[in-house]
Design a binder for this molecule. Structure first.
Ligand SMILES: N=c1c2ncn([C@@H]3O[C@H](COP(=O)(O)OP(=O)(O)OP(=O)(O)O)[C@@H](O)[C@H]3O)c2ncn1[C@@H]1O[C@H](COP(=O)(O)O)[C@@H](O)[C@H]1O
Length: 110
């Protein structure tokens, strides 16, 4: 069974990004993006996030779905560029499960 037929989640996409990070630049957008530096990767992430936000405001469901996929992919590329494993992001999210977002915000305001 091909890898993509076994289910696809962010961890699978992270593994793909890690794999493509050392691919031939001529055949890999991921490699080209990483080679262009973290600033360019971050710029693309920002652009995709703005496009997703605009699609949400416009109630463009198909656009929002596609731009969301772009955001997630480019976020993983930025994490790779800075050497942060997705597991660290999951751990951060998990640590936040202990309290509601509103309680956390109130605690920060003191
Ligand atoms: N999920 C993605 C993915 N999402 C978006 N993109 C690329 O992200 C780019 C989005 O940029 P834009 O829409 O702004 O298009 P652009 O005009 O080409 O952008 P720029 O010229 O400004 O860089 C496009 O080239 C998309 O193809 C992705 N490229 C790769 N992946 C995954 O990564 C895997 C490996 O890809 P390669 O590294 O290319 O082999 C693929 O099989 C996919 O699973």
């Amino acid at each position: 069974m091909a890898k993509w037929e076994m289910g696809f989640d962010l961890s699978a996409l992270e593994a793909l990004v890690n794999e493509r990070a050392t691919a031939d630049p001529a055949s890999s957008y991921t490699r080209q993006l990483l080679d262009s530096g973290v600033e360019k990767c971050a710029k693309k992430l920002g652009e995709e996030a703005v496009e997703a936000a605009l699609a949400a405001v416009m109630d463009d469901r198909e656009g929002l779905t596609k731009e969301s996929a772009d955001v997630l992919f480019h976020l993983l590329v930025v994490l790779k560029a800075r050497g942060i494993p997705l597991a660290d992001v999951y751990a951060e999210l998990k640590s936040r499960q202990a309290q509601s977002g509103l309680a956390e915000k109130a605690a920060r305001r003191g």
